[in-house]
Design a protein around this ligand. Structure first.
Ligand code: OAD
Length: 243
């Protein structure tokens, strides 16, 4: 009992660190990003495989695309960036808001994760019902649940609402410190979360490339890959640890 109280008090005293992650955080694990020169959208038409219209036109193609992603996910592991973000929970109240559908933050040990764009390891009915785990297995074309409802990947596609955006927005407004790791910041509403930051909140951007928005002046830009960049951010963050 005492332990629980102590933990709650300690969490309350820690600064809230909100980290928005994108495909770049998983690149060093071997998962391709979407928009880099070797990105997934070079090989696949995004509107064919990741939009609600694409699903309606050709669900089998969409199912195969996500089956491939799931099979590949089973073969990769979290990298240094995922691990350090999980380790930061020791000193910060860390909230990961990820656009990624992989489970590498979970496997690295992060405990507060919002998957804005859904999760590869889950499926659901086309009517939104019955979100269930599929792990790294295949969804079969035309597969239905026990009530006869057609099953689909639990992914937020282009043309669909992002149900967790309000929760994410609230977290960003409450953030004492904010970071973006490995996102081009061209997909909305996720990219718009940067605009919800309170003025003057210390913020970091870790990305070896250019991003799609003009960053406010409170951002420290670390032009590195996620692994070394997150390590470097941890050094800056030591100034904000509540002791
Ligand atoms: P993008 O592919 O648009 O951007 C990836 C970002 O990662 C770029 O800014 C790269 O410079 C950066 N990057 C590449 N390698 C990196 C590394 N090793 N370390 C750190 N950064 C690196 O991916 P997202 O911004 O995540 O949505 O894309 C957002 C959404 O668009 C995705 O969630 C997905 C996609 O279409 C859906 O499919 C619904």
């Amino acid at each position: 009992m005492e332990c629980l109280c102590e933990k709650a008090e300690r969490t309350a005293s820690k600064k809230k660190l909100v980290v928005l992650t994108g495909a770049g955080v998983s690149a060093e694990s071997g998962l391709r990003t979407f928009r880099d020169s070797d990105g997934l959208w070079e090989e696949h038409d995004v509107m064919e495989v990741a939009s609600i219209e694409g699903w309606r036109r050709n669900p089998d193609l969409v199912i195969e695309f996500y089956n491939q992603r799931r099979r590949q996910l089973a073969t990769v592991s979290p990298n240094r960036a995922h691990v350090v973000l999980a380790e930061l929970e020791k000193d910060f109240d860390v909230w990961i808001v990820t656009q990624n559908v992989d489970d590498l933050h979970e496997r690295a040990g992060s405990t507060n994760i919002l998957h804005l764009h859904g999760q590869l390891t889950k499926i659901r009915g086309v009517d939104g019902s019955n979100v269930t785990d599929i792990g790294y297995g295949d969804l079969k074309p035309g597969q239905t649940d026990e009530n006869g409802v057609t099953l689909r990947p639990h992914i937020v596609w282009f043309g669909e609402d992002v149900p967790l955006i309000e929760t994410a927005d609230r977290l960003v407004r409450e953030a004492d410190i904010f970071a973006v790791v490995g996102s081009s910041l061209v997909v909305y509403p996720a990219a718009g979360l940067v605009g919800s930051l309170r003025p003057g909140v210390p913020a970091f951007l870790i990305d070896p490339g250019e991003v799609g928005i003009r960053l406010p002046s409170n951002f420290t830009v670390i032009r590195e890959k996620a692994g070394s960049g997150v390590e470097k951010m941890r050094e800056y963050l030591s100034a904000y640890v509540v002791r």
